[in-house]
Structures are given as structure tokens and as C-alpha cells.
Ligand binder design. Structure first.
Ligand SMILES: [Cu+2]
Length: 219
């Protein structure tokens, strides 16, 4: 019985230690999709029509709803107007959105995807638009035609500029420390409990003894 209790404590400790180990091993193993190419190319000048904006990644883009709803791809001018004309489409490693650009000038592309490992990744890039004279320029829209607000996309972008990684080493260390502390507390509590039950019941027969009075300072 008492052996069992101590054994249980050790088992719990082993479990928690194992979990800590798993966190340590799993954290560095995850890799996020990164951008391998875009249309138009980032930081270049597009001197012809730009019918679509595409972003291609090194790995598949997850689309769990099969409707692109977890993907954001927006094209805005410096005033914040939107020039994408529908929701983005996901195809393998590429996301794409049709566009009707406005006046010549600077445009910003804001994207967010669910990476192949299931984590959200986001980023932005810019390009310059210098269409041939006579090209019709679209007026743009105040909001995304896809319903997702700029605020949402912006917030997602702010947390992870350029689609670089998510879990910082500091967080991992913090989790591991917390788990180890928790394990120590559990071990101490279980040991103390087992010891107390030993004190309370000196002979094996009285295992189910109800109240242990020894701790009371005297009535
Ligand atoms: Cu990840």
C-alpha cells in the first residue's frame, strides 16, 4: 500500500519528466513554410499589368476548410485601399489573388497562411507599379473584398514579420522550467503524504485509521 503510493509518486515524476523531454525535443524540430518567390517580385518595379499577385512557399500551404478561408492575401496602396478583387486561392505551395491595381506607385502585399506544420505564418512585401501610360487604373476598395479586415491581417503581420519562426527559445526554456518545478512539487507532496501515512498507522492492520491526531498541538 505505502510502497504503491511512493511508486505512484515516482511514476508521476517520470511522466512529467518525459513530457518535459518531449517539449525539448519537439520545439526545435518544427519548421515553418517560407517564401521562395512572389509575383511581382518583392522590391522590384512592375512595368506591365499585374492581373494577379502570387506567393509561393517552400512547402504546402494548409487549407483545412478547402475554401482559402485561413489564408489572407491583400494588396494595398499607401492610403490603405485594397486592390485585390476577391478572396485568395490556395494551390499546393502557392497562394494567389486576382488584382486590379490603381495608380502608379508603391503597393504592399500582406499575406498570412497556415504553414505545413499547422502554425500560422505571415509577412509582407512591397513592389513598385509603373504601368504603361494609358493603362486603366482601378479605384480600389476601402475594405478587403474578402471580408477579412485589414486590422486582422495587420495584427497577424505584427506578431511575425516576414514569416519567420514562432516559438522563441525563451518560451521553451520557460515551459521546461515550469514543468520541472511542478514535478518537484508533486514529488515533495507525494513523499510527504506517504510519510504521514506511515506515521499515522504504525501497524499494518490499522491502515484505514480515520483521523490522525498526532499533528494537533493539543486540545
Ligand atoms: Cu510551427
Amino acid at each position: 500500500m505505502r510502497r504503491g503510493r511512493l511508486g505512484g509518486g515516482l511514476a508521476a515524476l517520470a511522466l512529467v519528466a518525459g513530457f518535459a523531454g518531449a517539449v525539448l525535443v519537439a520545439a526545435p524540430a518544427s519548421a515553418h513554410d517560407y517564401v521562395v518567390s512572389t509575383t511581382p517580385k518583392a522590391d522590384t518595379t512592375a512595368d506591365a499589368a499585374v492581373p494577379t499577385v502570387d506567393v509561393t512557399f517552400d512547402d504546402v500551404v494548409l487549407d483545412p476548410q478547402h475554401d482559402g478561408s485561413t489564408t489572407v492575401l491583400q494588396v494595398t496602396d499607401p492610403s490603405g485601399k485594397h486592390f485585390e478583387t476577391s478572396c485568395p486561392a490556395v494551390s499546393g505551395r502557392q497562394i494567389s489573388v486576382p488584382t486590379a491595381l490603381g495608380d502608379a506607385g508603391a503597393y504592399t502585399v500582406t499575406w498570412r497562411i497556415v504553414s505545413a506544420d499547422g502554425h500560422p505564418v505571415s509577412g509582407t512585401f512591397g513592389f513598385e507599379y509603373r504601368p504603361p501610360s494609358g493603362t486603366t487604373s482601378a479605384a480600389g476598395q476601402a475594405a478587403s473584398p474578402c471580408g477579412g479586415s485589414t486590422a486582422q491581417a495587420g495584427a497577424a503581420t505584427a506578431t511575425k514579420a516576414n514569416g519567420s519562426s514562432a516559438v522563441s527559445p525563451g518560451v521553451v526554456v520557460g515551459i521546461v522550467v515550469a514543468v520541472v518545478v511542478l514535478a518537484a512539487v508533486v514529488a515533495v507532496l507525494l513523499t510527504r503524504r506517504a510519510r504521514r501515512s506511515l506515521d499515522a498507522a504504525p501497524d499494518a492492520a490499522a491502515d484505514g485509521a480515520p483521523d490522525d491526531a498526532p499533528q494537533a498541538p493539543g486540545e
